[in-house]
Design a protein around this ligand. Structure first.
Ligand code: ASP
Length: 595
């Protein structure tokens, strides 16, 4: 089909273009017909321009205009006019002009749309995903996809300027489970053998270090066959990085510089040159989580000593059995009344993490302690108020239990309070590093120790002699980057010594033969002069989500799966032909139908 190609985009025209003869291509965003005059908002990726089919237009042009509907793709030829002052639309960059249409062509028609293309769609998520091609036309999705592009581009710029090489690693590789379940790809050529889609390029990037590529990055797709839960996707993108001859602080510094550069470039936001660093213990102890949102403070405060002097039996029993008592101050607020009902809602938040209850007291007139457990704190009032920095109108909330349970439960109360009291600045970006993580976690179900991050992370040197005798107290050279309460990256200095690597495998219940079978290629590489190395991998989807002020990564992924791990647009996963199964030597064992 011959058609007029655009000479300008729909976001381009200004008053200074008055009188120009132009061609625009785009979609009919809105079409208002006022007494035979069509005011059409024509839209493309760059913006919206008003084009007008007036009474003086050619009969054929008017005829075509009458056939238009929303989302028709059209070519418009016309003359740019300045709008009269009273008609200027200050909300549109092109609002000072309109185009008087002299030629009009329908490039393609559009069926009635399932939802209007607006800045943000209010259609149900599954409808948006089924018609993702339409949803992606919305202003919001277009901005977010651009933000993602700008973000990745700035990363590439910065790292390339710092001598990093971008190196691709295979997406078909050996299955080396990293914690989650692998996606497997059956081999047609080798019946019964499988490739796996990488959970991350972890081992390959370490091998690249052995090969001397001392600064590596990749915008890498990672695959994890996990149950659909929360805001997870089966595949996600991370900025995978690895460097040789670095220590922990070198990695942290390059990341601070990277994100400083990227946030300035993409959002014009100035980040602090250094991010706060918290040890895992301090993060847990003070904020109740290992990914604290530092846009607000609300610390958890240790009150063991005060609780011990009180006459509250419950607290004393917990302390005697090795537990602890912590408190948080809920500051007085105009928006939230500390009613019984509200305290119960806070208690529910605490109970999710195992707390048996939430004790409370209020600070009343003249700083007297009132209600709840206050009667057990006679004579301890000023000490408690001092410790908590509390004053009239505030409330003090307590959890008493084993340390971790206490931290997690009161941490959940902290988050709820911050949300409800409006303490969170939605425009702020609060980065922090969490360091000195435990290297191992005990898996009660499996009955053995497992790596808290992954098995390739280096234990801190002071624990090398006690790895086997006391795995629970070993700290690793691990670090997480946290942004606004989300873990956005994790990484570590790696082991580069075969013997040490095998010791870690053994502690994680992987005997030598099994280690050679599963990770032999890595161990072999480590027999050929591996350099000391370390790395990190920020999640691209999550970071862009936070930058865009969104709460779901689906908002920053062009074609995500829904929460049931299904893509409503192409209806994957789908059945395949018997021929395909035969080629792959596969027989499907149907799960038993529920009775
Ligand atoms: N491979 C790790 C992950 O995906 C990140 C890293 O240690 O670099 O979590």
């Amino acid at each position: 089909m011959e058609y007029k190609q655009r000479t300008v985009t729909c976001g381009q025209l200004r008053k200074s273009d008055e009188g120009k003869h132009v061609v625009l291509n785009g979609w009919v965003h809105r079409d208002r017909n006022h007494g035979g005059i069509h005011f059409i908002n024509l839209r493309d990726r760059y913006g919206i321009t008003q084009v007008v089919v007036g009474e003086s237009a050619d009969q054929s042009v008017r005829g075509i205009a009458d056939r238009l509907h929303v989302e028709y793709c059209i070519a418009v030829e016309g003359i740019v006019h300045a709008r009269p002052d009273s008609m200027v639309n200050p909300d549109m960059p092109t609002g000072e002009v309109e185009v008087e249409v002299t030629g009009l062509q329908i490039l393609s028609s559009c069926e009635p749309v399932p939802f209007m293309i607006d800045d943000e769609s209010d259609a149900k998520e599954d409808t948006r995903l089924r018609y993702r091609y339409l949803d992606l036309r919305s202003g919001g999705m277009q901005r977010r996809i651009k933000l993602r592009h700008d973000f990745v581009r700035a990363i590439r710029e910065f790292l390339s300027d710092r001598d990093f090489y971008e190196i691709e690693t295979p997406t078909l590789m050996r299955s080396t489970p990293e914690g989650a379940r692998d996606f497997l790809v059956p081999s047609r050529l080798y019946p019964g053998k499988f490739y796996a889609l990488p959970q991350s390029p972890q081992l390959l990037k370490q091998i690249l270090m052995v090969s001397g590529f001392d600064k590596y990055f990749q915008i890498a797709r990672c695959y994890r066959d996990e149950d659909a839960r929360g805001d997870r996707q089966l595949e996600f993108t991370q900025l995978d990085m690895e460097m040789s001859f670095v220590k922990r602080d070198d990695v942290l510094e390059i990341m601070e510089e990277l994100f400083g550069y990227v946030f300035k470039k993409v959002m014009d936001v100035e980040l602090p040159a250094k991010f706060t660093r918290l040890s895992w213990y301090d993060a847990m102890n003070t904020y109740g989580v290992d990914k604290p949102d530092l846009r607000y403070d609300l610390p958890l405060v240790d009150v063991d000593d005060i609780a011990r002097s009180s006459s509250f039996g419950t607290f004393k029993t917990v302390l005697e059995s090795g537990g602890c008592v912590k408190a948080i101050k809920a500051p007085s607020s105009e928006g939230v009344a500390y009613s019984r009902k509200y305290i119960t809602a806070l208690e529910e938040a605490a109970k999710i993490y195992g707390a048996k209850g939430l004790a409370w007291m209020k600070v009343g007139a003249g700083n007297s302690l009132e209600g709840g457990v206050s009667k057990f704190f006679d004579g301890l009032q000023s000490k408690l108020l001092d410790r908590m920095g509390a004053q009239e109108g505030d409330m003090i909330l307590f959890v008493a239990d084993q340390w971790k349970k206490t931290c997690n439960s009161l941490g959940a109360v902290r988050i709820k309070l911050a949300k409800d009291l409006g303490l969170i600045d939605p425009k702020a970006f609060a980065f922090c590093w969490i360091i000195d993580f435990p290297l191992f976690e005990y898996n009660e179900e499996r009955g053995h120790w497992e790596a808290a991050h992954h098995m390739f992370s280096m234990p801190q040197s002071q624990y090398l002699d006690t790895l086997e005798s006391d795995p629970g107290s070993v700290k690793g050279d691990l670090y997480d980057l946290v942004l606004n309460g989300y873990e956005v990256a994790s990484g570590s200095i790696r082991i580069h010594d075969v013997e040490l690597q095998k010791r870690i495998f053994r502690i994680c219940n992987i005997p030598d033969e099994q280690a050679e079978e599963r990770f032999g290629f890595l161990l072999n590489a480590f027999r050929y002069g591996p350099p000391p190395h370390g790395g990190i991998a920020p999640g691209i989807d999550r970071m862009v989500m936070i930058m865009a002020g969104e709460t779901s990564i689906k908002e920053v992924i062009a074609f995500p799966k829904n929460t049931a791990a299904v893509s409503p647009m192409d209806e994957s996963p789908s059945y395949v032909d018997q021929n395909q199964l035969d080629d792959l030597h596969l027989i499907i064992k149907q799960p038993k139908k529920a009775e």
